[in-house]
Design a protein around this ligand. Structure first.
Ligand code: NAD
Length: 256
């Protein structure tokens, strides 16, 4: 049902962004994949998704830490019927030791990029007469954890931006919502495991079960396919009146 629509997914050469891109392609959407790198694998990935799903797919390099590149990505995409603001990074440290450049990078990539892409995408959606903005927030957009100051601040911020975008498009055939994943085993999470093993003096298995999934009552990681399925739902007619909200896909984390 998304044939003829173009989805731009930021940070989509791995993890949740790629999972969302694949599910949107299965529903017929043409794709613009993105990350800050520009190597053969990135372009080959777009070609593979195009041939796997019978859609058009391109890879466009843009660094989401830079406002002008965020804006240029949407310009270069041409159409942008579905905008998925997904690019994100993490850094874990107490506030007093938190590197200033990490704070700035997390706020830029996880929050400000969505402001820049949305600013260029909304006029295109209004012109096309339909649009969806989907912001990938986090359970950390709704609750906090120690040592994740920049990430929690950015994710709470993007939920605020989601609400404002929804209000500014409320009378247009455009919606804006956030997806709030709990723990999904992607590279961003994988990278945290060695540090957590050191901090807690635990094995990998114990860090996963007792530290990470301790917050996730289901005791299971959520999957990238589930994030993609949620994005497809938000693009469906069933979700025409769903706007300005956050959908948790977190195994019960935020119910605690
Ligand atoms: P990931 O590391 O696999 O993916 C992050 C993506 O962002 C990659 O494609 C990476 O190349 C891209 N990226 C990073 N910096 C970029 C930059 N400067 N410019 C452009 N692209 C950039 O991680 P993921 O788990 O798939 O994370 C995707 C989103 O989901 C993030 O916003 C993250 O905060 C959010 N999230 C993840 C989890 C989880 O448990 N994995 C939970 C909640 C929210």
């Amino acid at each position: 049902f998304l044939t003829g629509k173009t989805a731009v997914v930021t940070g989509s050469n791995s993890g949740i962004g790629l999972g969302i891109a694949i599910e949107l392609a299965k529903a017929g959407a043409d794709l613009v994949l993105n990350s800050f790198t520009d190597n053969d694998d990135d372009h080959a990935l777009a070609e593979k998704l195009a041939s796997d799903h019978g859609v058009e797919a391109r890879y466009i390099q843009a660094d989401m830490s830079k406002g002008d590149e965020c804006r240029a990505l949407i310009e270069k995409a041409g159409r942008c019927d579905i905008l998925v603001n997904n690019a994100g990074i993490q850094h874990v440290a107490p506030i007093e030791d938190f590197p200033v450049e990490k704070w700035d990078a997390i706020i830029a990539i996880n929050l400000s990029s969505a402001f820049h892409t949305t600013a260029i995408a909304l006029p295109k959606m209004r012109e096309a007469g339909w649009g969806r903005v989907i912001n990938v927030a986090s359970a950390h957009g709704l609750t906090a954890s120690p040592f994740k100051s920049a990430y929690v601040a950015a994710k709470h911020g993007i939920i605020g931006l989601t609400k404002v975008t929804a209000l500014e498009t409320a009378t247009d055939p455009i919606t804006c919502n956030a997806i709030c994943p709990g723990y999904v085993l992607t590279p961003i999470v994988e990278k945290q495991i060695p540090d957590q093993m050191k901090t807690h003096d635990m094995s990998r298995e114990d860090v996963i079960a007792k530290v990470m999934l301790q917050r996730q009552p289901s005791g299971q990681f959520a999957t990238v396919e589930q994030m993609g399925g949620t994005a497809v739902y938000l693009c469906s007619a069933a979700a025409d009146q769903v706007t300005g909200t956050s959908i948790s896909v977190d195994g019960g984390w935020t119910a605690l």
